[in-house]
Design a protein around this ligand. Structure first.
Ligand SMILES: Cc1cc2nc3c(=O)[nH]c(=O)nc-3n(C[C@H](O)[C@H](O)[C@H](O)COP(=O)(O)OP(=O)(O)OC[C@H]3O[C@@H](n4cnc5c(N)ncnc54)[C@H](O)[C@@H]3O)c2cc1C
Length: 431
C-alpha cells in the first residue's frame, strides 16, 4: 500500500542539502568566524557581503520568492533544508536571508503588481548580488501588542496622507528592524515598513505597509550591538518627515494580517535554524565525548550520565526537525492557513533547542566556555531564537492561542493536516 507519510528526501532535495552544506562550510564559515570576532557590529555584517553574493548566485537569497517575479519558487520544505545547513554554520547569515523573505513576501501576498515587479524583480535580477530588503516592524516601546485596540499601543510609526502632494509622510522610530541599514548604512534597497495610517484607530483597523526606497530623505540608521547573531544587522531607524509616494503604500488597514502571515511563514524557518545551531552543538559534544576522558580512564561517553544526555539531545533534535518539516509541508499545502502550527513550531523548537545547546555544553564541561572551540558562539546565537522573529512569550504563543480559542478549531485539524482559515477574530488575545 502507498505510504502517505514519507520522511525520505527526494534526490533533488538531497542534492540541495549537500550543496548548501558545502557552501556553508567552505564559504560561510571562514567569513563568519572572522566577522563574529569584529568589535564593530556593522563591520561584522558587511564582512558577509561576498558570501551573500555567492549565495545569490546559487539562488539561495531568492529561491523562496515566487517564480512569477524571477524567484526560485521553492517549496517551504526546500527552504528549510537549506536554512538548517546555513544556520548550522552561522545563524546570523541565515537570518539575513530570512529577513529578505520576511520583507519581500508581504509584497507578493498583499502588494500591487507594480511594486512586486519592481522590488521582487530587482531582488531576483542575476546582477543584483547585494540586494537587501529590510523588514521594519519592531519598535522601542514594544511590538508584542501590535493588534491592541488602543491607538496609543503597538505600532507608533505614523504615516499621514498629504492630500496636496498625494504622498504619505512618515514620522517615528523603529527599533530592531533587520537588514534595514543596508551594507553601507545608507539603507537597504527597499525597506518594507509597517506603519499606522490612522492615529485614532486600533491595531486591527489601521496598520498598513509602506515601501521606503533607499536614498529617501529623512531616514537615519544606527546599528544595534548584539551578543549573538552578530553577522546579521539590526538597527534603530528614525523617520523625520519621510515622504513616500502614495503608490508605495499598500495593505491599507491590513498591516496586522501582514504581520501575522509573515511570522507564520518565518516560524518554521526560525525553528529549523535553531535546530541547525543545536545540531552543531550536538556534533561537537558527541565528538568531544568520544575522545575526552575528563582525567579518567575512558572517554566520557562511557559514563551513563553522559550517554543518556546525548541520547536525549539527539532525540529532541530529531523530533524538532520532524515538526519543522510537518509545518513546512502544511504551509506548502495550505499557504495562509498555518497560523497556529507555524507559531507552535517556532515556540516549541526555539525554546527546546536553547536547552539542547545548554545540555551539549554541560556534556563538554568547562571547556565549552573556551572561545577557541566555538561552543560559546552557538550559545550566543541560540539565545536569540526564542526572543526574535516575534518573541515566543508576547507574540507567537498569543497567535496560536487565538486560533485555538476559535469555536471552529479542533486539534484534529492540525493532526490531520486540514486547513484552518485565519480570521481577524483570532487576533488580540492576551493583549
Ligand atoms: C537577530 C534578530 C533579528 C530581528 N529581525 C527583525 C526584523 O527583521 N524586523 C523587525 O521588525 N524586528 C526584528 N527583530 C526584533 C524581533 O522580531 C522581536 O521579536 C520583536 O521586536 C518583538 O519583541 P518582543 O517579543 O520582545 O516584544 P516586546 O513588545 O518588546 O515585549 C517584551 C516582553 O514583554 C512581555 N509581553 C509584552 N506583551 C505581552 C503580552 N501581550 N502577553 C504576554 N507577555 C507580553 C513578554 O515577556 C515579551 O517577551 C529582530 C531581533 C533579532 C534579535
Amino acid at each position: 500500500m502507498h505510504m502517505a507519510i514519507d520522511f525520505a528526501l527526494t534526490p533533488r532535495q538531497r542534492t540541495l542539502k549537500y550543496e548548501v552544506r558545502e557552501f556553508a562550510r567552505e564559504i560561510v564559515r571562514p567569513a563568519a568566524e572572522r566577522a563574529d570576532a569584529l568589535a564593530d557590529p556593522q563591520a561584522s555584517f558587511a564582512a558577509m557581503k561576498s558570501a551573500f553574493a555567492h549565495a545569490h548566485r546559487m539562488g539561495l537569497t531568492t529561491g523562496f520568492l515566487p517564480a512569477k517575479y524571477g524567484g526560485g519558487g521553492a517549496s517551504n520544505i526546500e527552504l528549510l533544508l537549506a536554512s538548517e545547513e546555513l544556520a548550522a554554520v552561522d545563524a546570523g547569515f541565515a537570518t539575513t536571508l530570512l529577513i529578505n523573505g520576511l520583507a519581500l513576501l508581504p509584497l507578493a501576498w498583499f502588494g500591487p503588481e507594480e511594486l512586486c515587479e519592481r522590488w521582487i524583480g530587482a531582488a531576483t535580477a542575476p546582477d543584483r548580488t547585494d540586494f537587501l530588503a529590510g523588514w521594519v516592524v519592531s519598535e522601542r516601546g514594544g511590538t508584542a501588542n501590535f493588534d491592541h485596540p488602543d491607538p496609543g499601543a503597538g505600532i507608533q510609526l505614523f504615516a499621514e496622507h498629504d492630500r496636496g502632494s498625494g504622498e504619505y509622510v512618515l514620522n517615528g522610530e523603529k527599533h530592531w528592524p533587520g537588514n534595514a541599514g543596508g551594507w553601507d548604512l545608507q539603507g537597504a534597497d527597499v525597506n518594507i515598513c509597517v506603519v499606522r495610517t490612522d492615529r485614532r484607530r486600533g491595531g486591527r483597523d489601521c496598520l498598513s505597509v509602506a515601501a521606503v526606497e533607499r536614498g529617501t530623505a529623512g531616514v537615519d540608521f544606527r546599528v544595534i550591538d548584539k551578543i549573538g547573531h552578530r553577522t546579521c544587522q539590526n538597527v534603530t531607524m528614525t523617520f523625520r518627515d519621510v515622504r513616500v509616494p502614495e503608490k508605495n503604500v499598500f495593505a491599507h488597514g491590513d498591516g496586522d494580517l501582514v504581520i501575522n502571515r509573515a511570522f507564520t511563514w518565518s516560524g518554521p524557518v526560525a525553528a529549523i535554524a535553531a535546530i541547525g545551531v543545536a545540531r552543531a552543538a550536538y556534533d561537537f559534544a558527541l565528538k568531544w565525548a568520544r575522545t575526552y576522558t575528563g582525567g579518567g580512564s575512558s572517554p566520557i561517553i562511557a559514563h551513563q550520565a553522559v550517554g543518556h544526555l546525548l541520547a536525549d539531545v539527539a532525540a529532541r533534535i530529531e523530533a524538532g526537525r520532524y515538526m519543522c518539516w510537518k509545518t513546512a509541508h502544511y504551509l506548502d499545502t495550505h499557504e495562509d492557513a498555518g497560523h497556529a502550527l507555524g507559531a507552535m513550531n517556532k515556540v516549541y523548537c526555539t525554546d527546546l533547542m536553547h536547552e539542547v545547546v545548554t545540555d551539549c555544553m554541560r556534556i563538554v564541561g568547562v571547556n565549552a566556555l573556551d572561545k577557541k572551540f566555538g561552543m560559546e558562539k552557538l550559545y550566543r546565537d541560540a539565545i536569540a531564537f526564542p526572543l526574535y522573529d516575534a518573541g515566543n512569550i508576547g507574540m507567537q504563543r498569543r497567535r496560536a492561542w487565538g486560533v485555538m480559542a476559535d469555536t471552529g478549531f479542533t486539534p484534529d485539524l492540525i493532526a490531520d493536516g486540514d486547513a484552518i482559515a485565519f480570521t481577524r477574530s483570532m487576533e488580540g488575545y492576551g493583549i
